[in-house]
Design a protein around this ligand. Structure first.
Ligand code: ZN
Length: 375
């Protein structure tokens, strides 16, 4: 894992081929990147193409404020990868129409020349279609070259020159600024076009009519729900722990956090399983904020899982973060795939455990943990 700290970056986006689809899709892929933590997304703006072929369509532009622990070169590589995934064809003509264009406008306060590109992006404070979305998402961000804020730079560019205007009808569905649970029903207009069309196809396959009133917005809601329930793929352990490990010389008592509620989905049926986790460790000079323990559980629960692996991953993560004398994890879960099909009694539950270090080698430590966890 990279030891580089998280820094702020602003990424600018543009699309003029199927832009209603590709722009939100690109933002979704950024959000799901484990090392790019999207904090805020600008409104969408529409602008006339600069240069390029006669019949080129207008662009949608946006900007994203994110934190990352990738280096500038690594980040640029990841943006290129997302462009490729979204079918970007590169050509000699720098003004050619494109499904998606992703550029690093700013990376912290870095000023520099790289292999054929530079930071900040020279267009960041000068081209209206770049500067206006940036000012929308991060008005107080200071341009390291001019020392001016993004807002002041936006006032200086001539918006009329590229006919830049906000697109009123496009609103992304997710409250990107909130890190808590999202409301699946409070839906906007665009979320994850590809995922939504898959859900629509699924409705057809089971004999439903996706156009009937109750189902019209279902693909959007399901896409949002799925995105949220598998959020763990988009989050790194680094990001979860971020600065909450403390030195604690002499702390040698067991730390136990129990009754941690979790909700996950089984990887065999993509149906929920849920229950409670107990996580304990015996410190060796380092402790972690108690609320972070629940977030570590969430990080692994919000993926497609089997309960045994979830249990082991939590134990291994605690070991990685704290290098403690030992770790114990017990999870009790109820699986809807069993309960709903009546294969087993509805009140059956599954208990799994994972022991590391002294929790494995010392029976007294283990039984102290089991006693505390089940009391
Ligand atoms: Zn299952």
């Amino acid at each position: 894992m990279s030891t580089q700290p998280y820094v702020e970056t602003i990424i600018s986006l543009g699309s003029n081929i199927e832009k209603e689809r590709y722009l939100p899709e690109a933002i979704r892929l950024l959000r799901r990147h484990r090392r790019i933590d999207v904090r805020k997304v600008s409104r969408f703006f529409e602008s006339a193409p600069v240069g390029g072929p006669e019949d080129a369509q207008d662009f949608f532009n946006a900007a994203v404020l994110a934190c990352t622990n990738l280096t500038p070169e690594e980040l640029r590589g990841e943006l290129r990868h997302i462009e490729n995934v979204l079918g970007r064809q590169r050509s000699e003509d720098k003004n050619a129409p494109r499904t998606i264009d992703l550029d690093i406008a700013y990376y912290d306060g870095v000023q520099g020349e790289f292999d054929g590109w530079s930071l900040p992006d020279p267009e960041a404070g000068t081209a209206p279609h770049v500067a206006i979305p940036i000012a929308d998402v991060a008005p107080t961000f200071v341009d390291p070259v001019s020392g001016k804020t993004a807002y002041d730079l936006m006032l200086e560019v001539d918006a009329a020159q590229e006919a830049v205007r906000p697109v009123a009808s496009i609103r992304l569905a997710t409250p990107y600024e909130a890190r808590g649970p999202e409301d699946f029903d409070q839906t906007g207009d665009v979320y994850a076009p590809q995922l939504e069309s898959i859900v629509r196809a699924q409705l057809l396959e089971i004999g439903e009519n996706p156009e009937r009133e109750g189902l019209v917005r279902t693909p959007l809601r399901v896409a949002k729900a799925l995105d949220f329930l598998t959020k763990g793929y988009a989050t790194s352990l680094d990001d979860v722990v971020n600065n909450a490990v403390f030195d604690a010389e002499g702390a040698d008592e067991m730390v136990l956090v129990k009754d941690i509620e979790f909700y996950s989905m089984c990887e065999h049926h993509m149906l929920p399983f849920f229950g409670k986790a107990a996580v304990a460790y015996l410190p060796k000079g380092k402790i972690i904020g108690l609320s972070k323990v629940a977030r570590v559980v969430d990080l692994f629960a919000r993926r497609l899982q089997v309960q045994e692996r979830l249990t082991n991953q939590v134990a291994d993560a605690m070991t990685e973060i704290l290098d403690p004398l030992g770790v114990g994890v017990v999870i009790e879960g109820q699986h809807l795939c069993m309960m709903m099909r009546g294969v087993q009694k509805q009140d059956s539950s599954t208990v799994t455990s994972a022991m590391r270090g002294t929790f494995k080698s010392d029976p007294r430590t283990r039984s102290e943990f089991i006693n505390l966890a089940s009391s």
